[in-house]
Design a protein around this ligand. Structure first.
Ligand code: COA
Ligand code: AMP
Length: 629
């Protein structure tokens, strides 16, 4: 009942509700207007409020007695490096690095791109930008140079921050050539590059505008937090959309801070001083919100883990970290649990560790299959909570709000709307549907604080991509239904976005790459079910007349092209040659139908299909290549 009451209040009186929540963070000046609209008619929270996110995350805690508490535990099994950083140490390093950035000419509103592995310096970089009121944009280290170049071109940063290398299991990934290639490709030129040298891979700096991180840090003078407007951007995070051009999701300062603090209390039920661990990467939204900002704003200790669930060194890696750092609440993607289950089906390695400190496990980032949820429940004997959100929302939209009340867990469901989110299942006319009817998942406007107010320098694209299809609603890109008890079930994306090992990727992006192969006349890339990674992409390719290339050679070449242009994380490994693709009479390729054929799911082919027999051909081609279930 507590949840129902709080939820109702948040929907009936959003301004009153979020005014109350805003009081929980230390503003320099409290907002004058809780909810308003900007010059593009888009909702904005906390206009007139002044604050600084790095102050909230660091200085405030030092001033209030948390200076000696550990802020970040850095745990890197891949480099055998382990470090505890207190709030005071982190504040001092961030202030100093902000000084270094300022010396390079970075001022409020300037953009800084961060392309770094999971080292504490990445959090220092983000918080230093926040301290100056500069806008950071972290690019996931698994993206290839072209993807980095696209983001540099769009964000137009003054400075690029990077490191000499990342580590994937035992493989060292040098960054310099990636950076050089991206900078050469981008038409926008950065003023400076700063490189953090890792001890196992020092890289010579070759240009006058390239700087050594530590040297710059030594020479800098610390700076104080710059008061910024609540509506000023804190960061841009690019995410895959339905075209090859990533979308620059903007996060503001005020709404973000209020929403994240609220989520730590109500969704994750974690208290200041407790240890929170999100095993993700700072390159994703989970890393932004729940490795860096939310735990620090809430005065928790966060774990920054440079390792994997398996083979670092074994499938007991997570249990080791939980025991060693006394993790209270843990968050990861279902793929991680599937990977552990594959290597240690009985979960036997857990017995080596005492993980009684762990109260709750949260899973998100992709659909959580019932078998994985139940395996985790049985193994851990604690609440395992599937919750649903996305880069755009920045924090959970559907969850079991364990800090308000732990509701019964229904496997397969991400539970109920979090206070502030009026989630509805919609038909094509924007009408809310009743229980057990499948439709598009929308959130009634206004979205609560913390969600994207717009796309970077593209308000019209924001309106067109998210607000136009279902008037009055924000369209999430997902499909789903709810049951009689109001529990929601997310069934998957209904656009061209796929989720591979919890990584969000665009099949349209991959199609652009595949289509560029000289032998390819046309193609479709679809995401099909995969036991470990949830989904993997496969290509269906029609050859140009007269093209002579073997199936194996084509597959190899296409896999290489996607790897080189998009990145290894795409996991594009399979392609099959087909005589033709199924299309409607107007020429629209029926990707969803092909996906259903591959997954062995029922489907209804539209009456406008050109020729039904092509579907049998596709089924046979997929069977032959063992790509269909
Ligand atoms: N930098 C460079 N390369 C990266 C990278 C990074 N940050 N992250 C992944 N890659 C590479 C991998 O090395 C791999 O390359 P390979 O084809 O040469 O082996 C490729 O991208 C695919 O990576 P991934 O899909 O992660 O597969 P994997 O076999 O390396 O690892 C798991 C499998 C299950 C262990 C891993 O996907 C995992 O830990 N998943 C958890 C999900 C998660 O944390 N998601 C974040 C969102 S919440
Ligand atoms: P990202 O923006 O990378 O966080 O990816 C967001 C997308 O991942 C969502 O739109 C969903 O398609 C999917 N997703 C995230 N969490 C869940 C979940 N708990 N259940 C089902 N799908 C999810």
């Amino acid at each position: 009942m507590r949840y129902e009451n709080i939820y109702r209040k948040s929907i009936e009186n959003p301004t009153g509700f979020w005014e109350e929540q805003a009081k929980s963070i230390p503003w320099f000046s409290f907002p004058k207007k809780i909810l308003s609209k900007d010059e593009n008619g888009l909702y904005r929270w906390y206009n007139g409020g002044k604050l600084n996110t790095s102050y909230l995350a660091l200085d405030y805690h030092v001033e209030n007695g948390r200076g000696d508490q550990t802020a970040i535990i850095y745990d890197s099994p891949v480099t055998q490096t382990f470090r505890h950083i207190t709030y005071r140490e982190l504040r001092d390093e961030v202030a100093q690095f902000a000084g270094a950035l300022r010396q390079l000419g970075v001022e409020q509103g300037d953009r800084v791109i961060i392309y770094m592995p999971m080292v504490p310096q990445v959090a220092v970089a983000m918080l230093a930008c926040a301290r100056l009121g500069a806008v950071h944009s972290v690019v996931f280290g698994g993206f290839a140079p072209h993807e980095l170049a696209l983001r540099i071109e769009d964000a137009k940063p003054k400075v690029l921050l990077t490191a000499s290398a990342g580590v994937e299991f035992t493989k060292i990934i040098p960054y310099k050539s990636i950076i050089d290639e991206a900078l050469a490709e981008s038409t926008h030129k950065v003023d400076h590059v700063v490189m953090y040298q890792r001890w196992f891979k020092r890289t010579p700096l070759t240009r006058t505008n390239e700087h050594d991180w530590d040297e710059l840090l030594r020479k800098a003078t610390p700076v104080d937090p710059v008061p910024v407007d609540a509506t000023d951007p804190l960061y841009i995070l690019y995410t895959s959309g339905t075209t090859g051009k990533p979308k620059g999701i903007v996060r503001d300062n005020g709404g973000h801070a209020v929403a994240l603090r609220y989520s730590m209390e109500t969704v994750y039920n974690v208290k200041p001083g407790e240890v929170f661990w999100a095993a993700s990467d700072v390159g994703w939204v989970v890393g932004h919100s729940y490795i860096v900002y939310a735990p620090l704003i809430s005065g928790c200790t966060t774990v920054l883990y440079e390792g994997k669930p398996v083979r670092t060194p074994d499938a007991g890696a997570f249990w080791r970290v939980i025991e060693e750092h006394k993790v209270n609440v843990f968050f990861t993607a279902p793929t991680a649990f599937r990977a552990i289950k594959k290597e240690d089906p009985e979960g036997a390695l857990k017995a080596k560790y005492d993980i009684s400190c762990l109260r709750q496990l949260f899973l998100a980032g992709e659909r959580c299959d019932v078998a994985t949820l139940e395996w985790a429940q049985q193994l851990l004997q604690i609440p395992v909570i599937d919750h649903w959100w996305q880069t755009e929302s920045g924090w959970p939209m559907l969850a079991n709000p364990t800090g308000i009340e732990l509701m019964p867990v229904k496997p397969g469901s991400a539970s109920k709307p979090v206070p502030g989110f009026q989630v509805e299942i919609l038909d094509s006319e924007s009408n809310p549907l009743g229980p057990n009817q499948e439709g598009a998942v929308g959130v009634r406007l206004p979205l609560p604080p913390g969600c994207l107010p717009t796309l970077w320098e593209q308000p019209e694209r924001y309106i067109q991509s998210y607000l136009s299809a279902y008037p009055g609603y924000y369209f999430t890109g997902d499909g789903g239904y709810k049951d009689e008890d109001g529990y929601f079930y997310i069934t998957g994306r209904i656009d061209d976005v796929i989720n591979v090992a919890g990584h969000r990727l665009s099949t349209a992006d991959m199609e652009e790459i595949v289509a560029a192969h000289p032998a390819v006349a046309e193609c479709a890339v679809i995401g099909v079910e995969d036991q470990l990674k949830g989904q993997v992409p496969i290509g269906l390719v029609v050859l140009k007349a007269g093209a002579s290339i073997s199936q194996d050679m084509l597959e190899k070449e296409l896999a290489n092209m996607v790897r080189e242009r998009l990145g290894a994380i795409a996991c594009f490994k399979s392609a099959t040659i087909v005589a033709r693709l199924p299309k409607t009479r107007s020429g629209k390729i029926l990707r969803r139908v092909m996906r259903a054929i591959a997954d062995g799911k029922p489907y209804t082919a539209p009456s406008t299909i050109e020729d039904m027999s092509v579907l049998d051909e596709i089924g046979e081609a997929l069977q032959e290549k063992k790509l269909a279930h």
